[in-house]
Design a protein around this ligand. Structure first.
Ligand SMILES: O=C(O)CCC(=O)C(=O)O
Length: 305
């Protein structure tokens, strides 16, 4: 199987037409050092502090290295280590969801400008930002190949931005993209224990996987039908941190869950103590067309090649 290296689209940032052309050819865009490294490390530090306070990190190693306290991680149940595909128990994840600095990433002007270039119209971030804190637990499941539309629905024009929260080389389990695969449309699925619970069935589609070693500050963004998967974490003892941010054109429909917190939390409890009002409930003034979640699209396709 041929594996391609990601194309760095940084040189296209000043050229919306060229950016749109690449986005529609490949179904993804990768940018080296899109964010200053320090901005990402600030989020990393905040999340690792939460893990550390829970005794889940090795205190003999500098915090930012993100090395697990393996004995404590081993004590987590399989359910806690895989809760909602985020890698940590519900109460630990609540603290991550309460971080203003985490949610603020989706509102970075440079990111919004990027989506406005891709869409050729005003873009809006979904407030439902997702953190992944993949601990080196023996029952941690690697995210299988899938298309995000199955989970998000609303608009096909929703793009995910996967942001490694630290350096994430392939050996730590970065994200890999099936280049051009969004053109295949919505694929059939089968059950998988990894994040999202559904694996897309890839029947000799003829596309090739692209991957790379991410550094803090790099991002990859992709169309809601682009097939992607995580690589297995092969680095003993290391936590893999990342987040998924989602964007769509303002004029496109949205499914209600995209406006809800990720997890059984209320915005009110998550927003407690935040300093920036503009990051809170910012979508409430938008006259979205709302769609209903359609459970049937997750299973209606043939399950075999
Ligand atoms: O980080 C991961 O393991 C999964 C991320 C992902 O697949 C997604 O954002 O849709």
């Amino acid at each position: 199987m041929t594996i391609r290296a990601y194309k760095d689209s940084t040189p296209l940032l000043g050229n919306p037409a060229a950016l749109q052309e690449r986005a529609s050819k490949d179904g993804y865009l990768y940018f080296k050092q899109f964010f200053p490294r320090d901005k990402i490390m600030e989020v990393r530090q905040a999340i690792l502090t939460i893990l550390d306070e829970r005794g889940l990190l090795d205190r003999n190693v500098p915090l930012l290295e993100g090395v697990a306290n393996q004995a404590a991680v081993d004590q987590l149940s399989e359910e806690d280590a895989n809760w909602n595909g985020v890698g940590v128990p519900l109460d630990v994840y609540r603290q991550v969801q309460q971080l203003e600095v985490f949610h603020a990433l989706a509102h970075e002007p440079k990111l919004l400008q990027l989506y406005e270039m891709i869409y050729g119209e005003q873009a809006i971030p979904h407030p439902r930002n997702i953190g992944r804190l993949m601990l080196p637990h023996k029952h941690t499941h690697t995210t299988p190949p899938h298309q995000d539309f199955l989970h998000i629905q609303g608009s096909y024009e929703t793009w995910t931005c996967w942001v490694p929260l630290g350096d994430v080389p392939r050996t730590l389990g970065g994200l890999s993209i099936l280049e051009g695969s969004y053109e295949a449309g919505l694929l059939g699925v089968t059950a998988n224990p990894g994040a999202g619970g559904l694996e897309s069935i890839l029947c000799e589609l003829g596309y090739e996987w692209a991957e790379g070693d991410y550094e803090a500050g790099d991002i990859i963004t992709f169309h809601s039908l682009t097939v992607h998967k995580a690589l297995p974490n092969q680095t003993p003892g290391r936590v893999r941190l990342s987040c998924d941010l989602r964007f769509q054109p303002r004029s496109e429909p949205i499914e209600g869950a995209s406006l809800m917190p990720h997890g059984p939390y209320e915005w009110e409890e998550l927003y407690e103590g935040w300093s920036r009002q503009d990051l809170q409930y910012y979508w409430r003034d938008v006259a979205f067309k709302m769609t209903e979640f359609d459970e049937s699209i997750r299973w209606q396709k043939d399950k075999i090649c």
